[in-house]
Design a protein around this ligand. Structure first.
Ligand code: TTP
Ligand code: MG
Length: 362
């Protein structure tokens, strides 16, 4: 049944930064920036997240840390403590899962709940959401924002609509008005490339997309064109899934200095693989495809993948394949800024539980 559903999306506010502020009261009320070492503005790598106080200076997730430093030199800069965040996340997810008939964790700090059979209507769902917000705050001293909608797409956009500590209810009859003015980029799956293409076609808002000629969209984007068009009309039949499958596991890193030293690059590959391989073993996960990502000093980015003929969890195979895929990008007189290694085409073991998101290294 996908009709008449009531779905909640819960997302913690400034999660990493809020956990740090909770641990150290001196950080409360101050601009806190979690990410790479800023090194007085010379640091490389990116911002993981920023407290709402830091966002007032324009600091945002994924921004180069050097830019954050320019915008907010008085900020308090901290390296992330992933294990702490994961422990806190697990406690919060335990609270949340009790509230829904179906529960799906989608990232370290967000989850969907299907509450269709728990509440009578959207007003009732709003009351339930306030209870959730209060329980999370009372037990974990962290704030979250909740979005309520007739499907996952709308619920997720709604939780993002008023932050922090917000609650946004979008009833089925309000879906189109809610979506229309939002930028297309907000739609799941619309990344920078699709956004640019759509802009060239004069499509800026979700409303523009909903009105755009369907045939033209299919001609330009293929199947994705018609899917996008459905989403833009607020249609999303995907279920809240108890077991969330991850699609890939991996890591990436930005070098301290851009480099064309093959030995250094290969060492980095070894380190990245050593770093994530335990996730495969502990999660009983095998893979079939090895992916690499290379970013040159001018930010030009390339990806390559190789699919094996068998599933494996062998560490050496990841390292060897990643190096083989990287080789053509080396010794061509260009310096590399970032390298990433990932495995995909996963075969999840039976014991596989809800899986952690692809963890980003700042
Ligand atoms: P988000 O929920 O996207 O961000 P947030 O919780 O910090 O802030 P908001 O109030 O807007 O929800 O991501 C959750 C955590 O994931 C975030 O605290 C840090 C991490 N993260 C990164 O490491 N890199 C990123 O680019 C993003 C977006 C998040
Ligand atoms: Mg969040």
């Amino acid at each position: 049944m996908t009709d008449n559903r009531i779905i909640l999306h819960i997302d913690l506010d400034a999660f990493y930064a809020a956990v740090e502020q909770r641990s150290n009261p001196e950080l409360k009320g101050n601009p806190v920036i979690i990410g790479a070492d800023p090194k007085s503005g010379k640091g490389r790598g990116v911002v993981s997240t920023a407290s709402y106080e830091a966002r007032e200076f324009g600091v945002r997730s994924a921004m180069p840390i050097s830019r954050a430093w320019k915008l907010c030199p008085q900020g308090i800069y901290l390296r992330p403590s992933f294990e702490l965040y994961e422990t806190v996340s697990a406690k919060i997810m335990e609270i949340l899962r009790e509230y829904g008939d179906k529960f799906e964790q989608v990232g370290i700090d967000e989850a969907f709940l299907d509450v269709s059979n728990k509440v009578n209507d959207f007003d009732d769902a709003a009351k339930l959401s306030n209870r959730i917000k209060k329980e999370v705050f009372n037990k974990e001293k962290l704030t979250c924002s909740v979005g309520i909608g007739p499907n996952k797409l709308i619920a997720k956009l709604a939780s993002d609509y008023q932050k922090p500590y917000g609650l946004t209810v979008v009833k089925p009859e309000d879906v189109i008005n809610f979506l229309s003015p939002l930028p297309v980029r907000k739609l799941i799956g619309v990344g920078p490339k699709t956004e640019i293409k759509l802009k060239e076609m004069g499509v800026k808002t979700i409303g523009d997309l909903a009105r755009y000629n369907k045939g033209m969209l299919i001609k330009t984007f293929g199947k994705w064109g018609s899917e996008m068009r459905e989403l833009s009309n607020g249609i999303d039949n995907s279920e809240v899934m108890e077991e969330h499958e991850i699609k890939s596991v991996g890591r990436e890193l930005t070098f301290e200095e851009d480099t064309n030293d093959s030995e250094l690059i290969f060492k980095a590959i070894d380190k990245l693989v050593d770093d994530f391989h335990y996730e495969l073993i502990s999660g009983h996960i095998q893979f079939k495809t090895v992916n690499i990502k290379i970013r040159y000093e001018n930010f030009e980015t390339h990806t390559r993948a190789k699919t094996l003929e068998f599933y494996t969890d062998d560490k050496q195979i990841i390292k060897d394949t990643a190096k083989q895929l990287t080789q053509p990008f080396l010794n061509i007189g260009r310096k590399i800024r970032l390298i990433g290694v990932r495995v995909s085409g996963l075969n999840l073991g039976e014991k596989q539980k809800i899986l952690k998101e692809f963890r980003r290294i700042p």
